[in-house]
Design a protein around this ligand. Structure first.
Ligand code: NAD
Length: 504
């Protein structure tokens, strides 16, 4: 969106206009039709196919992502998400009958998914395409009008989306607003019917406070520290490869689902470090700086933040691999720490970069206890063949997901809900869950005018009260017949309690 030069006030006016234009469109009902939804999904799919080169170029400018990484971690995923939504939207949007209890006879009950209305999607810079457009796919399939606000940090992708979306999609219902904190703040002052925010827990709190003013429901997809637990039963070669790929090849550690730190059983920690070093050399050569197969740190501010994590006294002596920084290319080497202090910032703050601390633990049980005392993460990864350890993790750790012997794959599976819990957020999306995230399940009850039984209306005689209560308590057919005036069998009514006790 082009801003007029007149500053904040004009921008506020523009944003208000966008919100009210979209509301008019939503009220017109156009976004509710299945034809409109499918046409928009098809158009978005065309954008993702026809503009592949431009999209990859923007991601390369913003993050130094290779075309291969952009394709597998963003573009192909989005295409599949569009295809799935286009194929399934009719089924998802169809009214579903709900069984009714016998006492409600003769009525019918159903649930129909209802679009919220005009929704706002705010996204971060690290996967600036997928984290912006995947929620938009959910919003469109559910029949909403949508404003999307990409991150100003990934500005090439933001600009490109602002250029391409109006070329492909219906601008009366789908709009891009570009900008940073000022524009986000103006956006958050408007009334939205749902806000879908992906970003830091700090800004998540800002979003939720703003939403509270309008009683707007929110989905918060936040960050945190995702632990990786490794025990002595794990195949360390496979573990090292998957761990290295998940950490350094998926956004170079700048992913909400990237492994943040490792808790390894002491008997295998040193071997794991040695294998990781070897894998890094196999992946990127002796000096990872020259490899085109990983992206870079997003900007100087983040490079400085990461460098300061390494400079802390209790941390700098624990670097066992990497640590080099080149400001001119925004490069920090893949870095491994062994046993940094648990009180250091690197073990307390979300790292969001290529540093991987490994901490030795005496057992998996103590690793699980450690994770349980920390804020609930988006994902817990565990590398193990031990069923008891797996059950312990699933049964006792509160986390958005638990993943065994794999890394980041859970994000790609449309059948799995993706979302956090506690400090890592709430609400979820992907596949059908994206549709549900942007739909209100509207309940519908229909009844004809027949059988308007007098029992439900005053004056309430003792007999009437007794029958009505029994019917409601036990959903009992005999009492129902009495209620309908089809039986006056007092005995059967007085036997309800005995029947109910027997059933129990
Ligand atoms: P961020 O919270 O700084 O910014 C996210 C969005 O909010 C951006 O569009 C930004 O312009 C806007 N914003 C920033 N400050 C704001 C303010 N004060 N008021 C209103 N809007 C504001 O996050 P980021 O640095 O872009 O992304 C990194 C964070 O996002 C990490 O914490 C990461 O874990 C998290 N994240 C979570 C997921 C997930 O799916 N759970 C995915 C990716 C990233």
């Amino acid at each position: 969106m082009e801003w007029c030069a007149a500053g904040e006030e004009a921008r506020g006016g523009d944003i208000q206009n966008v919100a009210s234009e979209l509301r008019r469109t939503f009220i017109s009902g156009i976004t509710r039709s299945l034809e409109w939804r499918k046409a928009q999904l098809k158009a978005l799919l065309c954008l993702l196919c026809e503009r592949e080169a431009e999209l990859c170029h923007a991601l390369a400018l913003d993050l130094g992502k290779s075309a291969h990484e952009s394709m597998i971690s963003e573009i192909v995923y989005l295409r599949n998400s569009c295809k799935l939504a286009k194929k399934k939207v009719k089924k998802w949007a169809t009214l579903k009958k709900v069984p009714i209890p016998i006492v409600a006879f003769p009525t019918s009950a159903a649930v129909v998914p209802e679009p919220f209305g005009v929704v706002l999607v705010i996204s971060p810079w690290n996967f600036p395409l997928v984290l912006t457009l995947d929620p938009v796919i959910g919003a469109i399939s559910a029949g909403n009008a949508v404003v999307l606000k990409p991150s100003e940090v990934s500005q090439s992708t933001s600009k490109l989306l602002a250029k391409l979306i109006p070329m492909y999609l219906d601008t009366t219902a789908i709009r891009v607003v570009e900008g940073g904190i000022a524009e986000s703040t103006l956006l958050l002052e408007q009334k939205w019917d749902k806000i879908f925010f992906t970003g830091s827990s700090r800004v998540g709190r800002v979003v939720m406070s703003a939403a509270a003013k309008h009683l707007t429901p929110v989905v918060l997809e936040l960050g945190g520290k995702c632990p990786v637990l490794v025990d002595a039963t794990a195949d360390l070669d496979v573990t090292a490869r998957r761990l290295a790929f998940g950490k350094w090849n998926t956004g170079y550690g700048q992913a909400c689902i990237a492994p943040d730190y490792v808790l390894a059983e002491a008997s295998v920690a040193a071997q794991l470090v040695a294998k990781l070093k070897k894998v890094l050399e196999n992946f990127y050569g002796k000096d990872a700086r020259s490899s085109k197969d990983h992206c870079r740190v997003v900007n100087r501010r983040h490079l400085e933040r990461l460098r300061s994590l390494l400079e802390e006294e209790s941390v700098c002596t624990t670097v066992v691999h990497g640590g080099e920084v080149d400001e001119s290319t925004l490069y920090m080497a893949p870095t491994i720490l062994l046993n940094p202090s648990l009180d250091s910032a690197v073990m307390k703050e979300e790292i969001f970069g290529p540093i991987l601390p490994i901490v030795e633990v005496d057992s998996m049980d103590s690793a699980v206890e450690f994770v349980k005392t920390r804020p609930s993460p988006l994902v817990v990864y565990m590398f193990t063949k031990c069923k008891r350890h797996q059950q312990n993790a699933v049964g006792t750790i509160q986390a958005g997901s638990v993943v065994f012997n794999e890394l980041a794959l859970q994000f790609m599976l449309e059948g799995l809900p993706f979302g956090g819990v506690g400090e890592s957020g709430f609400g979820c999306y992907h596949g059908k869950d994206s549709f549900d995230a942007f739909s209100h399940p509207k309940a519908i009850l229909t009844r004809g005018f027949l059988l308007d039984v007098p029992f439900r209306y005053p004056p309430f005689t003792e007999y009437k009260k007794k029958v009505v209560r029994k019917v409601l308590d036990y959903n009992n057919i005999g009492a129902l017949l009495a209620l309908l005036g089809l039986s006056r069998d007092h005995k059967s009514i007085s036997n309800f309690e005995a029947d109910a006790r027997k059933k129990k």
